[in-house]
Ligand binder design. Structure first.
Ligand code: NAD
Ligand code: ZN
Length: 242
């Protein structure tokens, strides 16, 4: 398929769902977990983003989150985030389902966003129902404590081995089932739930486009694979002029 045809496909779609992973934020300077910058003090993300790691050493896990929260707070959206947000304000027919916790889709102005894995600036209490959706970097104390009950607060994100919020999954499935185009950007396909969501809609025959500089576990299933960086490709494809 030529770029002209792909642009038309996007323009003619009634409803587009964009599934994004860490790769869309790579050009904003946010490391992916599996890239070469993914290590911190010799720990892998899989050693830190787990309930087990948190119960053993909450201070260590919070130090790692504080390092990531600083990066996310200072990062700016890149042309891929901005173009998707612009498309939403022009056409109102696009939904973003993101695995990212970095807040960059919101910062770029997108409104129809489902954050499958939560948001790195949101915290919740490990004991009571306290929750705060926006606690900016830096924290006043590490680990932070609940203002209501003085127990440990935790990042309000989905860790490896944890359950997804069923309401959020349901909402994602509903959005995908009413879409006639799915665009998958910057996801390696190592996390199973987002892969399941993508493959389910692809196997129902919905037209699919993938943008990634490397092939992923989804590549062999999509209709069109575009090898390249999100910040360069997205603005070329989501172009409503002419
Ligand atoms: P991932 O599994 O989504 O893999 C990253 C993918 O992005 C790879 O396939 C890579 O080829 C691709 N990529 C790299 N640069 C790109 C670019 N410029 N344009 C498009 N694609 C590009 O992510 P992961 O790092 O393995 O993380 C696993 C989990 O942790 C996911 O839930 C992920 O979203 C989350 N995570 C989130 C952030 C964030 O919020 N920015 C950062 C790291 C990890
Ligand atoms: Zn509490």
């Amino acid at each position: 398929m030529e770029i002209f045809d792909i642009k038309n496909k996007i323009k003619e779609s009634n409803q587009i769902t964009v599934l994004t992973g860490a790769g869309i934020s790579q050009e904003s300077g946010i490391p992916t977990f599996r890239g070469k910058d993914g290590l911190w003090k010799n720990f892998k993300a899989e050693d830190l983003a787990t309930p087990d790691a948190f119960s053993k050493n909450p201070k260590l896990v919070w130090e790692w989150y504080e390092m990531r929260r600083e990066i996310c707070q200072k990062a700016n959206p890149n042309p891929a985030h901005y173009k998707l947000s612009e498309w939403e304000s022009l056409h109102k027919n696009i939904y973003i389902i993101t695995q990212n916790v970095d807040n960059l889709h919101k910062k770029a102005g997108s409104k129809n966003i489902i954050e499958l894995h939560g948001n790195i600036f949101s915290v919740r209490c490990t004991m009571c129902n306290f929750k705060d959706n926006y606690v900016p970097y830096p924290l006043k104390e590490i680990p932070p404590l609940c203002p209501k009950c003085n127990s440990l607060l935790r990042p309000n994100v989905v860790w490896f081995g944890e359950y997804y919020n069923p309401k959020i999954l349901e909402e994602s499935k509903n959005i995908l089932s009413s879409s006639d185009l799915v665009v998958i950007i910057g996801t390696s396909g190592n996390v199973s739930v987002p892969v399941y969501l993508a493959l389910d809609v692809i196997h129902r025959g919905v037209f699919s486009i993938e943008i990634n500089p490397e092939e992923s576990s989804i590549t062999q299933h999509v209709n069109v694979y575009i090898k390249g960086k999100a910040g360069e490709i997205v603005p070329k494809l989501f172009d409503s002029s002419n």
